[in-house]
Design a protein around this ligand. Sequence first.
Ligand code: SF4
Length: 351
Amino acid sequence: METVSLPTPEPQRPTAAPVPFALPHGLALEEEIHRLRKEMNAVILAHYYQDDEIQDIADFVGDSLDLARKAAATDADVIVFCGVKFMAEGAKILSPERQVLLPDLKAGCSLEDSCPPEQFKAFREAHPDHLALTYINCSAEVKALSDIIVTSTNAEAIIRQLPEDQKIIFAPDRHLGAYLSKKTGREMLLWNGACMVHERFSEEALVKLRERHPGAHIIAHPECPEALLSYAHHIGSTSSLIKFAEERPGEEFIVLTEPGIFHQMKQRSAGSLFHPVPGLGAGCANCNNCPYMKFNTLEKIYRCMATRSPEITLPADLITRARQPLERMLEMSRHIPSSGVGSLGPQSLHA
Ligand code: SF4
């Protein structure tokens, strides 16, 4: 397994700017969002890393794969995407005739930032005999330069469908790539990107938590580095981690992923205890929160629905080019059941 070293900038934690939008006094946000949802024929999709109150008003909460499936299959006129920009762009690519709104355009992703399209294009061109398998956490331009998009839920299953002698490049997450390479036994050329949240959980704090809670299951997302994954009893995507907890009610878990996931875990695993692992940095209580996911708030959701802005727009030719690798992903993961929750149901809009 080879890792391509490129000068990737040290990710800076973004800070939220105040919202320049005065909310009418005494507004009941949840009720107003619900009213607008009906009026606009909108569907609200939310990722597991969103704040609890956002998950609670969403029509569907899920992982990247399930959210892409819902976006592709919805008949709503408007998709309000409560996640980050690459997810909302994915919804636009799969459902170009819908209006797609993202509450805050600053909701980016350090993995996306670590893979600039022009560098990725040069990398691809330098390896013409390799298939580009790209994690969904990338820009629309990088998707368009890829052969197949994957998520952490379906990546292993998709790799296993490829011919044994097929050479593969995997971008942009080197940790997920290394994990998949080990799991499937496939040599892969890895792009040198990483998630600023999963890469920075404190190993020292994890060891202390393990000593304090010896009976706890350690569960981890594969975006974590191998050193952290080596402690885990279970490694999997967000939906896989939730399912693991759901099957063990009343037990204890040390969790190596973004803490927004606890909202669903607590609801689906009655009586269980969940311990978050802090991020690196003295006195940094929120270092394990994804700063990008946390840009979204109820106020911004209301505002984007009331003003129909910010809207995700992409050039038609980019949508056409990026759509094929996303559709290949949906096709190659048809056998994987949906696991998200909400009024749309886990399977009701299955693509
Ligand atoms: S948790 Fe990491 S991979 Fe996910 S959106 Fe945030 S920065 Fe990107």
